[in-house]
Design a protein. Structure first.
Length: 459
């Protein structure tokens, strides 16, 4: 999908169908005030006061019609117009009132992933708005969300570490950033956990650390990290087929990080940005890393590998160490890290761990403001002993199965410099069931919250 700004245009009085907003509490009064033909149309469409129900209302001429939409409140949220954007005939529309946050759902309601099949051929639905100043920002956020969706939806045969590198290069070229890629012997020496996880991958899909730097070095330095496991077989601790089916999405953290970095650079936030994507494929071959191996790390700690399917935290550990070497004032990481997070809070809520209260306050306030929910989880010190190893500094996957998302976050915390504010978003990056504006498949969960926080702090 291209031309996101084309779906939102300033209202200059051009011809368009009208969308009338009807609050649920005033639905009966509104309906009683309509002419008989409109009431008949409402009945035919089974429109009720329930938010999201709608009807096409006939006008005086044969081709004269408008749309009525029931909403919960007059202040529209991001998804209130999404279903209309999916279902209305192509053409221009205008809202009788402020569009506000609903612009985003209007654009994303028209998203289609068509890489592997022909587009459906439907024309665009254009929304005219009396708030043109909001168009550019909305289009940026929509484009970033769609970038995450597209990257996650692509099959692993078409998106490996090299393709993630190409995405980062395109981003760097577009914004005048510097790209550095470490692989081969340099990766094995400098980032041994990234190398270990990815070393069994086929030729052309070798592991690498992708780094992008942008912005004035005098500005505050922030690091954004994304887990880039382009496919996760589970390694020698192989996943069952059902568990492997969605593992093309295990690079969802990298997709979020790339999209967020693009937002930061497009808006020219006053930061020194450091983007890091450890990109690997967790494959099975004779040289795959093994359960029981003791891994070296960039930080100098040793890790007893007790499960090759707990690989995401390994590659993130080396990336976090690298990010901390340049003393950022904030680190954000995104990762499709644990099934335990999904068991705890389901697919819609990224399990979010923060080691700094001002950062947590800012992040969760932004989450509420833009309706991009997060759920805070504890960095519970009492569980840190679960990471104890008999032969190394720590294990990567404790026995027992308790507090899996928490112990994974505690593992990561050991690679975050003391005193550096850090947030870890264990995001699912996938919708198992569609909702208006949010189809089944890859999705950005936590991206808008993180962006709103950064924009408020550094714009």
């Amino acid at each position: 999908m291209a031309g996101y700004t084309d779906l939102l245009q300033p209202d200059r009085g051009q011809p368009a169908r009208t969308i009338e907003i009807v609050e649920a509490t005033g639905f009966e009064a509104w309906l009683n005030a309509q002419p008989p033909r409109a009431r008949a149309a409402v009945a035919a469409h089974k429109m009720s006061g329930k938010a999201g129900s709608s009807a096409i209302l006939p006008g005086d001429a044969a081709d004269d019609w408008s749309v009525a939409l029931a909403v919960g409140t007059a202040t529209l949220g991001p998804w209130d117009l999404a279903r209309l954007a999916e279902t209305l005939p192509e053409g221009p529309y205008r809202l009788a009132g402020d569009v506000g946050a609903a612009m985003l759902g209007w654009v994303l309601g028209q998203y289609r992933f068509d890489r592997y099949r022909k587009p459906e051929g439907e024309g665009p639905r254009i929304l005219l708005t009396s708030e043109p100043a909001k168009i550019e920002e909305t289009a940026r956020i929509a484009a970033a969300t769609i970038k995450v969706r597209d990257l996650v939806n692509i099959g692993a045969s078409d998106l490996g570490p090299a393709e993630l590198e190409a995405e980062a290069k395109a981003l760097a070229d577009a914004h005048g950033a510097t790209l550095t890629v470490t692989k081969g012997e340099a990766l094995a020496k400098g980032y041994p956990m990234i190398q270990a996880v990815g070393q069994a991958a086929a030729k052309g899909r070798e592991p690498r650390l992708i780094e992008l730097e942008w912005g004035d070095p005098k500005n505050p330095r922030i690091a954004i990290i994304g887990k880039g496991v382009c496919f996760d077989s589970g390694g020698l601790d192989i996943k069952p087929s059902a568990g492997m089916l969605l593992m093309k999405k295990d690079m969802g953290g990298a997709a979020h990080a790339l999209a967020l970095a693009g937002l930061v650079m497009a808006a020219r936030l006053k930061v020194r940005l450091h983007l890091l994507v450890p990109a690997v494929e967790n494959a099975i071959a004779g040289n795959a890393f093994r359960p029981g191996d003791v891994l070296q790390t960039r930080k100098g700690l040793t890790v007893e590998n007790t499960n090759t399917d707990a690989e995401g935290r390994l590659i993130l550990g080396d990336a976090l160490t690298r990010a901390g070497e340049d003393k950022p004032e904030m680190i954000l990481d995104f990762a499709t890290l644990t099934g335990a997070a999904r068991v705890a809070v389901g697919p819609d809520l990224p399990a979010t761990f923060v080691n700094d209260e001002p950062l947590a306050d800012a992040l969760f306030a932004a989450s509420r403001e833009v309706d991009d929910p997060l759920w805070r989880m504890p960095l519970w010190d009492g569980y840190d002993e679960m990471l104890k190893s008999d032969i190394a500094d720590m294990v990567n996957a404790p026995d027992g199965g308790f507090a899996g998302a928490v112990t994974a976050a505690l593992f990561l915390r050991r690679f975050v410099p003391e005193g550096t504010p850090w947030a870890h978003l264990d995001t699912f990056a996938w919708r198992p069931a569609g909702k208006p504006g949010r189809p089944k498949g890859g999705d950005a969960l936590g991206l808008r919250a993180a962006w709103a926080m950064l924009k408020k702090r550094y714009d």
